[in-house]
Design a protein around this ligand. Structure first.
Ligand code: SRM
Ligand code: SF4
Length: 568
């Protein structure tokens, strides 16, 4: 089970990276060819450039005749450190989703935007149009450091300000060097730069093989863990003194995904490694990445994330190797910094001076026009008229930023005209819920998620209101498979697709994201999810202690007692 490098055969993806000439492969030629999809090798490489090959799974039944084949399409993901973009960039993305994608934008759980349904023939133009707005898709996916998280709420505090600055510095520093040249050549008709012969020079941090697996980084502060820092491979948790940031606890080894029938895979929260000064943050990030590059498992991709290195080694050995071989500085012990809060940043908030921001709750991150709820057009109109900047949160919501006092009424009016509900009118469970896309776009989905959760949440809020629990903040997160893209394993309630209409039910995480839940029951039919949870909620209502959250309560009770409540 060790994640130490062994003589084990490298996985096929390692071979693809090795022979790709720094992520070029045959992508340029395949893009120019009149085909509707990429070869297997290019399908892997194209991820490093921010796009995935998918198929319309709803269309499968209609297309299963001989010679018809799959309805291929591409998903494109932005690289957007801290989730922030200008008004013009947002408007350009809205245009692009109408012109080339399926007419929706999707805010992701990592502060990014995804486009779905782009045809291969339009891929190059779409990525070029995104770059023309000075946004990018480079390293949004693939075995590299991905979009770096940091709270996008422009509140007037020094901790957030420094977090955002360092988030951008780390994102820049960890962008592939040679990979960037390849990106320009392939997508932007950049000059064909001959790759340098020395791999170390070409890709000084990653090397020719890049990382063993994806790598995720976040910046947070203890009083607002809205980015879910403990779910990240690398986390920087700010330490402040009288409101001034003085340093960071360095956290390593968080991750959510696991694979059915592989008990050696599991969700894991990041561990505290050491304390670093702000001017050591970039070097510390590079050191962790290099340690992962050298020691991560390159033969079994199911067990290649840095969380397994941390779990196998233990934090003491990790500290020893990190300090001695990579950070080259005596390690300072982490500070005591428990997570004390989390904020969705919805509604109106002062930025200081004459500026405000407004947080809009977006159901499962999907920006679309449907019936009376014309969210896409409403957001577009606000951004167009008010010229506000936009921030995507790691809770799949959006913040409209830098709005002068004189424009607040305009924003309220436009959103109301487009049927966008005020956050204070939404139920707690709706505001705190998240679902991953799953079917029809995700190739790994086993069950429905984004298309199922809204119905469940509607039923949930009715039940909670009837039980007198309507004001209880309850995080319900659903995914269509155990990979955990909506982070179901550290929420109060996690619902994970297991087999068609059956789900695994998890309970006991904490809304603040610093405790894992436990598996309560497997293979629960979808129509049984709420009835079973209702029984537990009734006991919660009767027996909870003052201020005790649902996740805290079921953790205190323990699995056996909770199972007894639902009669299992
Ligand atoms: Fe994810 C793969 C969607 C955040 C763990 N994830 C996928 C793919 C790309 C499926 C694939 O590999 O072909 C999904 C595309 C679906 C679609 O149709 O769009 C997908 N993941 C998403 C998004 C869009 C979910 C969302 O509701 O927003 C999120 C995009 C984030 C971004 O902007 O970068 C997203 N994925 C996450 C998170 C949450 C996070 O990072 O905070 C996790 C859990 C944390 C972690 O990484 O452990 C997550 N995604 C995975 C995994 C499991 C990886 C593992 O090693 O355990 C996979 C599968 C894989 O990599 O093989 C995966
Ligand atoms: Fe796809 Fe599974 Fe991620 Fe959902 S959790 S988007 S089904 S990989």
């Amino acid at each position: 089970m060790s994640a130490e490098p062994t003589a084990a055969k490298p996985s096929p993806v390692e071979g693809i990276k090795d022979t790709s000439n720094y992520l070029r492969g045959t992508l340029a030629a395949e893009l120019a060819a009149d085909t509707d999809h990429f070869t297997e090798a290019s399908k892997q490489l194209v991820k490093f450039h921010g796009t995935y090959q998918q198929e319309d799974r709803d269309a499968r039944k209609k297309r299963d005749k001989p010679g018809v084949g799959k309805a291929y399409m591409m998903m494109i993901r932005l690289r957007m450190p801290g989730g922030v973009m200008t008004a013009d960039q947002y408007l350009a993305m809205d245009d692009i989703c109408g012109e080339y994608a399926n007419g929706t934008l999707r805010f992701t759980t990592r502060q990014s935007i995804q486009l779905h349904g782009v045809l291969k023939k339009d891929l190059k133009q779409t990525i070029a149009d995104i770059n023309a707005t000075l946004l990018s898709t480079i390293s949004a996916c693939g075995d590299v450091n991905r979009n770096v998280l940091s709270c996008p709420a422009p509140l007037p505090d020094d901790v957030r300000k420094l977090n955002n600055e360092l988030c951008n510095q780390v994102a820049d520093h960890l962008t592939p060097h040679a990979g960037k040249r390849a990106y320009h050549e392939i997508w932007l008709n950049g000059e064909s730069v001959t790759p340098p012969s020395e791999p170390e020079v070409a890709e000084p941090i990653y090397g020719k093989l890049y990382l063993p697996r994806k790598f995720k980084t976040a910046f947070a502060q203890p009083d607002d863990n809205c980015v879910d820092v403990y779910a990240n491979c690398l986390g920087f948790l700010a330490i402040a003194d009288k409101g001034k940031p003085v340093g960071y606890n360095l956290l390593v080894g968080g991750g959510m995904g696991m694979t059915n029938s592989k008990p050696e895979t599991f969700p894991h929260l990041a561990k505290e490694v050491c304390y670093v000064e702000p001017d050591q943050v970039v070097a510390a990030a590079e050191a962790v990445v290099k340690l992962f590059r050298d020691h991560g498992n390159r033969s079994d991709r199911k067990r290649a994330r840095i969380k397994y290195l941390m779990a196998d080694w233990g934090v003491e050995k990790f500290r020893e190797v990190f300090g001695r071989d990579y950070f080259n500085t005596p390690l300072v012990a982490p500070k005591h910094a428990p997570i004390t809060g989390i904020d969705l940043h919805l509604g109106w908030h002062s930025q200081g001076g004459d500026k405000w921001f407004y947080g809009v709750s977006v159901e499962n991150g999907r920006v679309k026009d449907e019936g009376d709820m014309r969210l896409r057009t409403g957001l577009r109109e606000v951004v167009k008229q008010v010229k506000c900047s936009v921030g995507v949160t790691a809770q799949q919501d959006v913040l409209l930023r830098d709005i002068p006092t004189s424009q607040k009424a305009t924003v309220d009016r436009i959103l109301a005209e487009h049927g966008v509900a005020k956050p204070e009118t939404l139920s707690q469970v709706q505001k705190w819920s998240m679902a991953c896309p799953a079917i029809p776009t995700c190739p790994l989905a086993i069950s429905e998620s984004e298309r199922f959760l809204p119905t469940l949440v509607d039923e949930f809020e009715t039940e909670l209101a009837e039980m007198g629990l309507g004001d209880t903040a309850l995080s319900v997160r659903m995914t269509g498979c155990p990979n955990g893209c909506a982070r179901p394993y550290n929420s109060d309630v996690g619902i994970v697709g297991r087999s068609g209409d059956k789900y695994t039910l998890y309970v006991g995480g904490r809304i603040e994201g610093d405790r894992l839940s436990y598996e309560l029951q497997d293979l629960v039919p979808k129509d049984q999810l709420l009835p079973r949870l209702k029984k537990v909620l009734a006991v919660y209502k009767a027996d909870r202690q003052a201020g005790e959250g649902f996740g805290d309560f079921v953790t205190r009770l323990g699995k056996d007692a909770v199972l007894a409540v639902i009669g299992a």
